[in-house]
Design a protein around this ligand. Structure first.
Ligand code: SF4
Length: 309
């Protein structure tokens, strides 16, 4: 906690869940001062979160709207895919989390029976992809995660599966041999289906030796690995920091994919980099890294992502 005021700390603790994994705590202790500060800022409660800021809300992407929210744990923003919210647990709770209502503000996760979701999908064969998100799907017990993945892969209309996770950088031990073996079995059972991982990572310093090993394990499976990053004031708001991230990602076999503009979620206003400043940083980044290393700078909305440059 950045401030010593006990009543502020109590208010923050009462309002938002906080979690910093032992792996991240160790990394913070090992990193040089500035890199450690940029990492800690992402997860540490901050008094600025308590201020009400116009335009910021618990559900900035309107994912709770009934027209795109068929089940408590399913969001359908795109015709061809669903977001499957598996849990409200994460290895760390990022203070800027878009889905804060399901994570830092969660009052419990409600899981829908899988056959009900399968029935919904069977009536909409245009949906070909299930994206496991959360929270972090890798926080599910391993057998549960694998069995849910198997369930969806067995559906004839599902051809693509994606796992969005922070675990590779925040708790690499979750990429265990058991998980890798289970994923390998799923790939062998469903060779015609595509499984990909999208890693959430904001600075190069997050790619520790253990994260490198976790990535290497996933690469051995032959699954495509992509990275998404949120542009955050005080964390990665410079072309130099983003360039180091893109280079490190590519060095370990992960394709930089999205650079997200901050979603205006409750308590995150102090992280916002204005769109003009963001474009300027992005243009500098584009001059620094080869085009194949350049993520797309995008803003999310209820209707989906759109490019900012
Ligand atoms: S790990 Fe992902 S889902 Fe969890 S708090 Fe961070 S951004 Fe949100």
């Amino acid at each position: 906690m950045r401030q010593g005021d006990p009543s502020t700390e109590a208010e923050l603790n009462a309002r938002f869940r906080t979690r910093i994994s032992p792996h991240i705590r160790k990394l913070i202790a090992e990193l040089p001062g500035e890199e450690a500060r940029r990492l800690l800022l992402q997860f540490e409660p901050d008094a600025r979160e308590l201020g009400e800021v116009p335009g910021y809300s618990d559900d900035p992407l309107h994912e709770e709207d009934s027209d795109i929210h068929p089940f408590p744990d399913v969001v359908r923003k795109y015709a061809s895919k669903i977001l499957y919210l598996t849990t409200d647990e994460c290895p760390v709770y990022c203070r800027y989390c878009t889905r804060k209502r399901k994570t830092l503000l969660s009052r419990g996760h409600k899981a829908t029976d899988l056959p009900l979701i399968a029935d919904y999908l069977s009536q909409r064969p245009e949906i070909g992809e299930v994206i496991f998100s959360g929270g972090d799907p890798l926080m599910l017990p391993q057998a549960d995660l694998l069995s849910r993945a198997k369930f969806f892969l067995q559906l004839p209309t599902i051809h693509f599966m994606r796992f969005h996770t922070r675990a590779v950088t925040a708790n690499p031990r979750l990429i265990s041999d058991g998980l890798l073996n289970g994923l390998e079995v799923l790939r062998q059972e469903h060779p015609q289906k595509n499984i990909a991982f999208v890693l959430h990572v904001n600075t190069a310093a997050e790619i520790s030796d253990a994260a490198h090993n976790a990535i290497a394990g996933l690469r051995k499976l032959g699954v495509p690995l992509y990275a998404q990053t949120v542009l955050l004031r005080g964390v990665n708001d410079s072309a130099e920091i983003l360039s180091a991230l893109c280079t490190t990602l590519l060095d370990c076999g992960v394709q930089p994919y999205y650079l997200h503009q901050l979603d205006r979620v409750t308590g995150a206003a102090h992280f916002e980099v204005g769109e003009e400043a963001g474009r300027s940083i992005y243009r500098q980044l584009a001059l620094t890294v080869p085009p194949y290393m350049l993520p797309r700078y995008v803003k999310d909305s209820k209707q989906g992502k759109y490019p900012l440059v």
